[in-house]
Design a protein around this ligand. Structure first.
Ligand SMILES: Cc1cc2nc3c(=O)[nH]c(=O)nc-3n(C[C@H](O)[C@H](O)[C@H](O)COP(=O)(O)OP(=O)(O)OC[C@H]3O[C@@H](n4cnc5c(N)ncnc54)[C@H](O)[C@@H]3O)c2cc1C
Length: 411
């Protein structure tokens, strides 16, 4: 096997597969994609695929492949307040980069379509069940990786001009570079389960601010008319402070909450309950250096309010490919050229991540949640404003503007 490539991508999730696909297809680079699992593989997630991901899927030419699996098309979000007031908000996007609908598609299916597409590209060499466990250096420059074939136990090393760390929230690469680890104020801990036989679902994602779980949230995302992705999430520092057992709380809501016990009366748990970390984009992580870039969860890019990370993983992967291509044009693989990845990423994502961080803080206030959701539930005009704001990145900023709340007070 050839041991030298243009670029090595570590991790074949949405971030890594997107990076490798753009590098190989658009920029003609020879890419080695290393993945420690065998695809298809599961990834604990809400499975909600937002309009942002849809744009990148279209560019990759595989949106129709995802659609052919008949995922639920979601047209809005259902929110409920701690007092139990329910609010239906349709997505209304005027942002040309976002579709006004999303999908809910099991990651077992979604990631596999993306991974197999990338694996099938002419310039991509893929090795599954290969775990990267060290980086190769030439002075301060990263020049490759060392890892192990998990079947044979054989250790191998590969070299390249650039290594892309796309190995997720608990990834090795960021840790080895000394930029990994978690800050509990900027990490959500979340659990996910699949239930069959849930009643009352519509084509919308449901986020419930249940009183017993505040400052966390409970979600029900429909996979079809009977099966749902169900989970809870909470900021790690709050969870530790409250000594909250997320699994116990989720099962308590499903079994005993006056609204949800009816909806789950005949439902069966059809999966394990799995937990995972969400590294939030409110914490800035250095994500470019001599011979490397980080994308997706490895770069800590998850939206702090919605928990959405697939869209930013794919967006960062596409951007990384573009900047790596520039590095090849300049024949310079040091921080001097790769830093453009980080500056562009920050310019593009920081405003929306900041807004989401403020929203996350507001969302932890029970009184405010009750007030805003009740107002919107009774006033069409307020629902209209919220609908535009939730679907539009720029308009979302209005939600953290005190004037918005003043307007609400007067409406
Ligand atoms: C419970 C939960 C619910 C969520 N809900 C949503 C949601 O509804 N919508 C949304 O958009 N986002 C959601 N997210 C966030 C989303 O799952 C992540 O942001 C997304 O998976 C990031 O993609 P990625 O490619 O960066 O990482 P990953 O999807 O984690 O992929 C990383 C890949 O790297 C591989 N890997 C790891 N280490 C190595 C190694 N050493 N060598 C080789 N390969 C390695 C892994 O096997 C994996 O395949 C949720 C997260 C959680 C935990």
């Amino acid at each position: 096997m050839i041991n030298t490539f243009d670029v090595i991508v570590v991790g074949g999730g949405p971030g890594g597969s997107t990076t490798a696909a753009f590098l190989a297809e658009k920029y003609g680079k020879k890419v080695l994609l290393l993945e420690k699992e065998q695809f298809p593989r599961d990834k604990p997630c809400g499975d909600a695929i937002s309009g942002k991901s849809m744009g990148v899927l279209t560019e990759l030419g595989i949106k129709t492949d995802i659609e052919s699996t008949n995922p639920i098309k979601t047209h809005g979000v259902v929110l409920s307040s701690p007092k139990g007031v329910v609010l239906d908000i349709p997505f209304k996007s005027k942002d040309p980069n976002r579709h006004s609908y999303g999908y809910v598609c099991k990651r077992f299916i979604y990631d596999n379509i993306l991974f197999q597409h990338t694996k099938g590209l002419k310039n991509v060499t893929t090795i599954e069940k290969f775990q990267v466990n060290d980086l190769l250096y030439d002075g301060t420059q990263i020049v490759g990786v060392i890892g192990k074939n998990l079947d044979s136990g054989k250790e191998m090393q590969f070299t390249a001009k650039v290594v892309v760390g796309a190995d997720g929230a608990n990834g090795f690469v960021a840790g080895k570079l000394g930029v990994g680890g978690f800050d509990d104020n900027h990490r959500v801990i979340s659990i996910r389960a699949y239930y069959d036989g849930v009643k009352g679902m519509k084509p919308a994602i449901e986020i419930h601010f249940v009183k017993s779980l505040i400052p966390g949230y409970f979600w029900i995302f429909p996979l079809n008319d009977h099966e749902a992705n169900v989970g809870v999430g909470m900021i790690a520092s709050d969870m530790k402070k409250l000594k909250m057992n997320l699994q116990k709380e989720m099962l308590e809501i499903i079994t005993n909450h006056h609204v949800f016990k009816e909806r789950f009366k005949d439902a069966k748990l059809v999966s394990d309950i799995k937990g995972w970390n969400l590294p939030l984009g409110s914490k800035i992580r250095k994500c470019a250096g001599n011979g490397y870039v980080l994308v997706g969860d490895a770069a800590s890019l998850i939206d702090p309010f919605s928990g959405e990370g697939i869209g930013n993983a794919m967006y960062s992967g596409r951007l990384a490919a573009q900047i790596i291509n520039k590095a090849f044009e300049k024949n310079n693989f040091t921080i001097t050229t790769l830093a453009e990845y980080e500056t562009t990423l920050r310019e593009e994502l920081t405003p929306e991540l900041k807004t989401s961080y403020y929203l996350q803080k507001l969302g932890q206030n029970q009184l405010l949640l009750n007030w805003v959701i009740e107002k919107a539930a009774t006033k069409e005009s307020v629902r209209e404003i919220l609908s535009g704001m939730l679907a539009n990145t720029k308009a979302k900023k209005g939600l953290v503007n005190p004037l918005f709340y003043l307007k609400l007070l007067l409406s």
